[in-house]
Design a protein around this ligand. Structure first.
Ligand SMILES: Nc1ncnc2c1ncn2[C@@H]1O[C@H](COP(=O)(O)OP(=O)(O)O)[C@@H](O)[C@H]1O
Ligand SMILES: [Mg+2]
Length: 219
């Protein structure tokens, strides 16, 4: 499952917020979008994940032009192929950790559904062992950030879009997260991360510095 951006640009109200960029993201590879705050990393990530339509250029998913996909087709892409860890985490505070991982709760008593073994596995990977039943409202910012990653790993989606996953983490947990993004790559996912964390950028296979030409780096 490959993903290409061809001369993708975004302007809002006549102001360019993302100058034209071209990029290829491939299975098993970690692509980092880097650049200072306000350089358009999140905007480009949202375009690649089909959350936002570019003003110009094309997004190609597996050789198919996805730029004008209908809302229904895009929802299928999100449901079947894409996992997101966005900056607001997108967590449901009132629900338990496990329910946020699986995104499935029984209507009776809010009990989490899904594969309990896989929930335990992704919580262990993200340093949230045994936290299944905790309400998310009790989690710290860094724990919520790791829970967002746990949810994305649980889905085992073919594309993974991650925005600033290490922003509120200490050095140890930053390394944990970069290791997990590499793990998702090893499992065959196409991973794209927007980050201003230089350490995270160094573990990427491909780095796109916004405002400059793409640069290939060996893993
Ligand atoms: N919906 C929007 N309307 C107007 N300006 C926006 C919008 N979204 C982002 N911007 C602006 O676009 C620029 C790039 O933003 P963003 O993609 O969030 O950058 P980054 O993630 O690199 O910090 C910023 O100047 C931001 O203020
Ligand atoms: Mg951003």
């Amino acid at each position: 499952m490959s993903l290409r951006a061809q001369n993708v640009a975004v302007a809002i109200g006549g102001r360019t917020i993302l100058p034209p960029v071209s990029l290829s993201c491939d299975p098993g590879r970690l692509t980092a979008l880097i650049g200072p705050s306000g350089s358009g990393k999140t905007t480009l990530l949202h375009c690649l994940g089909l959350l936002q339509r570019p003003t110009a250029g094309r997004i190609i998913v597996d050789g198919e032009d996805a730029t004008e996909w209908s809302g229904r087709r895009r929802r299928r892409f999100w449901a079947e192929d894409a996992g997101f860890v966005l900056q607001d985490y997108g967590l449901i505070d009132e629900d338990s950790v496990a329910a946020n991982v699986t995104m499935r709760t029984s209507l009776l008593r809010g009990r989490p559904l899904g594969d309990a073994d896989r929930v335990a596995e992704v919580l262990a990977l993200t340093g949230l062992d045994g936290r299944q039943a905790d309400p998310v409202v009790q989690l710290s910012g860094g724990e919520k950030q790791r829970l967002g990653v746990a949810r994305a790993l649980y889905r085992r989606s073919r594309f993974l879009f991650v925005d600033e996953p290490t922003a509120s983490l200490d050095a140890e947990n930053r390394r944990l997260i970069s290791g997990l993004l590499r793990l998702a790559c090893e499992r065959g996912a196409t991973v794209v991360v927007a980050t201003h964390d230089e350490e995270l950028a160094t573990v990427a296979d491909v780095t796109l510095a916004l405002g400059t030409l793409p640069e290939e780096e060996s893993a």
